[in-house]
Design a protein around this ligand. Sequence first.
Ligand code: SF4
Ligand code: SF4
Length: 397
Amino acid sequence: MATKLIDRRNFMKSTMAGVGGFLFLASKAKGEEKKQSDGKFVYRTLGKTGLKLPIISMGMIYAGNPNLVRAALDAGIVHLDTAHMYQRGQSEEIIGGVIKGRSRDSYVIGTKVAFSPNKITFLYTEEATEEAFTKMLDGSLKRLGLDYVDILYHQSVGRKESVLFEPILKAMDKAKKDGKTRFVGISTHRNEPEAIQAAIDSKFYEIVLTAYNFKQKHYLQVKEAIAKAAQSGLGVVAMKVMGGVTSQDPLRPINPSAALKWVLQDVNVTTTVPGFSTFEEMKTDLSVMEDLTLTDSEKEYLKTASAAPGLYCQGCGQCEKQCVAKLPIPDLMRAYMYAYGYRNLTLAQETILSLNLPRGVCEDCGQCPVKCLNGWNVAGKIRDVARLRDVPSEFIV
Ligand code: SF4
Ligand code: SF4
């Protein structure tokens, strides 16, 4: 595996071509959407929170350049989406440095706190306590240099039981009462419809941050869950909007405008959090606000790219039932996507380390019985990405 970070779109952009569409959504964005007087920025309202946000926000999963964050805010982006674990806390530190001196009502910060579930039951263990959650939130606030965040997410939930896990609900409720967050939400990138429905039923959460993209085989179920959330007054933020970058294969370049427009044509999505990491990428992402209509070439791209296997794990979970060791395969495939798609080895390594994998993973089964919905050789990918466990973190830039 290459350990050198590369610009994820640099080698893609030259061959950005379209191919014809079938997955594009029927409706044009309307509703609460309105353009600013400069004709460029389009805003939507984040459910009952009342926050008005541009439909393009900034995902901070691998933005390591404070000047880029500064430029994003100066360009009109309002909402920065980070997490306690992103870049081992550096993401929050970068934001903290950039927002210092800026008016508190000029930006909206969302951060997330996560616990790893038991790898067999996928339920939380005794480590997931109210105190531990609060401690992580306090660490995030300190790094951000803030008394409060605008949105606090319970991160990476895919089961109803996790969404409603009482110690975390208590910690989040207390955080809100103590003024450490204005709003609370969940983030989910597997089993999204179940997690979103649980968030609606909780009558507690106000925002859902969900994976949503043209590569999802179950996108209609996600779309339906999003619609229900919006009808219930929850704000909807979309992530993983590029569908797992296919950066291994320069012959199948990503078309970020097409991917973003596909998501934003769903009027129930308030904003998206693309993780641009260069000025050029930012410019491209912002440009979709000028016209959300898919061009013929963008439709063609979506059609072709949606059929390609790519790097996007569907999170369907069918592999976990077949794996003799009950490995958290969707999480491992996400780490693989971080490594090869996002070229973010830090995040891939953090994900791998959080899973407490056994030694010699996938080495004793002989023939792997797992049949993946995407047709992947999951054992090969696991053995590959698990090597990151043994790479000293200082070797990874
Ligand atoms: S080879 Fe790996 S993925 Fe396949 S069954 Fe064994 S432990 Fe599970
Ligand atoms: S079967 Fe394949 S697509 Fe489905 S969760 Fe497992 S790895 Fe992902």
